[in-house]
Design a binder for this molecule. Structure first.
Ligand code: NAD
Length: 495
């Protein structure tokens, strides 16, 4: 059985704790590797390596950093399929989806290739006579990233490129579920020429995370995961004086107005609810059908669901893969039962699908007549379960989004420009889609939700990422009147 270890100073470092966690292929249910869990001492050693590397890395020119980032970009692109295959093998998502994940990650490396432009300060000449005022942004030091299972390559790439380009050193603590994709990404950074220690990877669980949150040499922490852990990371890191951005869970609504293009809305609902088995923080989990479109919309979604092919993500015919673990699959099935018990109608019940292997599979579920008091509405299920809430008016639908505890993404489907424009103003969420179900911003904007979907005040990647990974310094300088200069500047003198 392969053991996956840590990556420190550019080389693999074997874990010494003797504690490991199993890594599975969710499509077969078989264990494929074991992952070393770091101790406090091991985490300290990684932080010491990152701190030592920071001394030199922070002095490396923008030209050199940019050049390395371009090499990194090319290597990740060259190895996109290798990364995607590792993701499919440990996460389960279908290969085309995993390739899409790598492509979205690449956008962030490409953004960081333009770091010189983004690190330009501001300058005011002659704020007062002989006085200039200007600002620069400087790196923080050692920064850490703690990432979730559902985007094992993309989420680390939301963080690593900007953090390094800004002159920091970075420690990645990937999810225990699917560590091989992130390990390859880190190895490619070594191959690209980033000096040893600039990007380290430590594998582990709460022990490792807690040490990163406590250690005084870690200056900032980026976290993406579930809301309870996001809140814990935010509070603990902040209490220890760190800058923290912690992105949490979600419950994303898609409002469908009566005038919407029915086929467009049904296609979007199916791909956004069941793509990656619903294990996306931007997945649509609630369709709010306004008025008379509800019946035809539910029918149109059902027809499409019946055509979905669920299977091993390596099979090109598969459109949806398994769930990350057997426990997660059982939890999803339990939620479906809770919905039915509470009075929702199971238009399609994913528990009825059968699979002839030991993988962590479940079928797709569509629950109609869901009401906001039901657990299927209130909780983040994080699986292929779509709830339909029927609403009498646009205002009622918008109020529903506003009263939900999460505010990651929200979408509207309509042909009416005025309604769409009103929704972009009304939607109580950080990312809004208009006839787009999953409005993940491109790499040159920034990603983050509102309410319980984000703890902290800086969103991730793009310009906000650069801001998060740098501290501002403002310089006020005074030079004497040029006529008094000791260098001959051509001014008339009194001699
Ligand atoms: P998770 O919260 O269980 O784990 C995330 C990370 O936290 C992992 O690295 C894990 O090792 C660590 N962790 C887990 N328990 C911990 C504890 N008690 N103390 C310290 N660290 C701990 O999340 P997950 O199941 O891997 O990912 C799915 C969740 O992530 C969903 O809730 C999803 O909505 C969310 N997510 C959010 C976004 C976003 O951008 N808002 C993006 C992707 C995923």
């Amino acid at each position: 059985m392969e053991t996956i270890n840590h990556l420190v100073d550019g080389v693999t470092v074997e874990g010494t704790s003797g504690i490991t966690k199993p890594v599975f292929n969710p499509a077969t249910g078989a264990q494929t590797a074991e992952l070393a869990m770091a101790t406090v001492d091991e985490v300290d050693a990684v932080i010491a390596s990152s701190q030592a590397a920071f001394e030199e890395w922070s002095e490396v020119s923008l030209a050199r950093r940019t050049k390395l980032m371009f090499s990194y970009r090319n290597l990740v692109e060259k190895h996109a399929e290798d990364i995607a295959k590792l993701i499919t093998a440990e996460h389960g998502k279908v290969l085309s989806d995993a390739m899409g994940e790598v492509a979205r990650g690449l956008e962030n490396i490409e953004f960081a290739c333009g770091i010189a432009d983004n690190l330009k300060g501001a300058y005011n000449e002659s704020a007062s006579t002989g006085v200039d005022v200007y600002s620069v942004r400087q790196p923080l030091g050692v920064v850490a990233g703690i990432t979730p299972f559902n985007f094992p390559a993309m989420v680390p790439l939301w963080m690593i490129p900007n953090a390094l380009a800004c002159g920091n050193t970075f420690i990645l603590k990937p999810s225990e579920r699917d560590p091989s994709g992130p390990m390859l990404i880190a190895e490619l950074a070594q191959e690209a020429g980033f000096p040893p220690g600039v990007l380290n990877v430590v594998n582990g669980d709460k022990v490792a995370v807690d040490r990163l949150l406590e250690h005084p040499d870690v200056r900032a922490v980026s976290f993406v995961g579930s809301s309870p852990i996001a809140q814990y990371v935010y509070e603990t890191g902040s209490r220890n004086g760190k800058r923290v951005q912690a992105l949490g869970g979600a419950k994303n609504h898609m409002i469908v107005l009566p005038d919407a293009d029915l086929d467009l809305a049904a296609d979007a609902a199916v791909s956004a609810a069941y793509g990656s088995a619903g294990e996306r923080c931007m997945a649509i989990s609630v369709v709010v059908a306004v008025g008379e479109i509800a019946d035809p919309l539910v029918d149109a979604i059902k027809v499409r669901m019946e055509k979905l092919t669920i299977g091993d993500g390596t099979d090109p015919a598969s459109e949806m893969g398994p769930i990350i673990t057997g426990e997660a699959r059982d939890r999803i099935a339990d939620y479906v039962q809770q919905g039915v018990d509470a009075g929702a109608s199971a238009v399609v019940d994913g528990r009825e699908a059968s699979f002839d292997n030991d993988g962590f599979f479940i079928g797709v579920t569509l629950l109609d007549n869901v009401t906001p008091d039901m657990t299927v509405y209130q909780d983040e299920i994080f699986g292929p379960v779509l709830s339909v809430v029927r609403s009498d008016s646009y205002q009622e639908a918008v109020d529903l989004i506003a009263s939900n505890r999460w505010g990651n993404g929200a979408a509207i489907f309509t042909r009416d420009g005025g309604a769409a424009r009103q929704f972009q103003r009304d939607a109580d969420a950080g990312m809004v889609g208009i006839n787009v179900p999953i409005p993940v911003p491109v790499g040159y904007h920034s990603f983050g939700g509102w309410k319980d979907s984000l703890f902290g005040d800086t969103t991730m990647y793009g310009p906000e990422g650069v801001k998060f990974y740098t501290k501002a310094k403002v310089i006020t300088s005074r030079w004497p009147d040029p006529s008094t200069s000791t260098v001959n500047l051509g001014f008339p003198t009194n001699d």
